[in-house]
Design a protein around this ligand. Structure first.
Ligand SMILES: Nc1ncnc2c1ncn2[C@@H]1O[C@H](COP(=O)(O)OP(=O)(O)OP(=O)(O)O)[C@@H](O)[C@H]1O
Ligand SMILES: [Mg+2]
Length: 249
């Protein structure tokens, strides 16, 4: 049985507009893949097809050999396919620790105990401590989210998503809006992810991509232009033209 994610011949059309075209893509435990490409190339659409936010027009998506096309987002999260929370889903007036408690309680299907007064569960608190430590957020645990730097807020999104214990983690522009002085926080956090997690990073910041990705997929107009090791992609004339413009390649 094939383990991990296996996408074959995936296409997505919005009316007459083809946004994903015949995409073949694999993601296995331990992978660190980046998906790059110009604005509008279809990167987020691809991510949304994998997570179940969007339904494909044609093609197959399998996870551990199971056809998951008909599963909704929630069912796919339960299987272990997660995309990072967006910063807008953080509770700005709650502390970092309180924010982290929510998905853990949720995971235990105790969503109705999510108030600030929720009784403390030692297992959950220990897991929060481990997440805080993993993302170097321990000293910020009791600070309100809105008082943190933007880069730190994005780390909390990552920690929140990891609390779901995914097997596949999709990061759609983890460094977007993060000042360059804080980008290292994101790089460190990605490097601190569990080794066996399968990670797909969609990102425009090429410095970040080349630091964390071991394989890069280039998407242009909904199609995969090429896929390869970072050195190969950096040396690819078509990719260079795409990013540097003709004349600089
Ligand atoms: N729901 C939708 N209905 C119609 N067209 C859509 C829809 N969602 C996305 N598109 C179109 O699909 C194309 C790909 O969009 P997508 O957001 O996937 O690109 P992207 O590669 O993530 O771009 P960016 O780098 O700017 O985030 C764009 O032309 C976009 O306008
Ligand atoms: Mg996008």
């Amino acid at each position: 049985m094939q383990t991990g994610l296996e996408v074959r011949g995936l296409s997505k059309r919005f009316g007459g507009l083809t946004v994903s075209e015949n995409i073949d893509f694999d993601l296995a435990a331990g992978d660190r893949k980046a998906l790059i490409g110009p604005n509008g190339a279809g990167k987020s659409t691809f991510a949304n097809l994998v997570t179940g936010l969007l339904a494909p027009s044609t093609g197959t998506i399998r996870f551990d050999g199971q056809d998951i096309r008909r599963l909704n987002e929630e069912a796919r999260v339960r299987l272990g396919i997660a995309k990072t929370f967006q910063i807008t889903t953080l509770f700005r007036k709650l502390t970092v620790r309180e924010n982290l408690r929510l998905p853990l309680l949720e995971r235990q299907r105790r969503g109705f105990e999510m108030s600030r007064a929720a009784h403390r569960d030692a297992g959950i608190e220990a897991e929060i401590d481990a997440l805080l430590q993993q993302f170097a957020l321990t000293s910020l645990a009791d600070r309100m989210v809105e008082d943190l730097a933007y880069g730190q807020q994005r780390l909390i999104e990552l920690a929140l998503t990891l609390a779901l214990r995914p097997r596949i983690l999709i990061l759609d522009e983890p460094a977007a809006g993060v000042p360059s002085s804080e980008t290292h926080l994101i790089v460190d956090a990605i490097e601190a992810l569990p080794d066996d997690l399968a990670v797909l990073i969609i990102e425009h910041d090429m410095e970040l991509v080349f630091r964390v990705a071991r394989s890069i997929v280039v998407l242009v107009n909904g199609r995969i232009l090429t896929e390869g090791a970072p050195e190969e992609i950096a040396a690819n004339a078509e990719v260079r033209e795409l990013y540097l413009g003709a004349g600089h390649a």
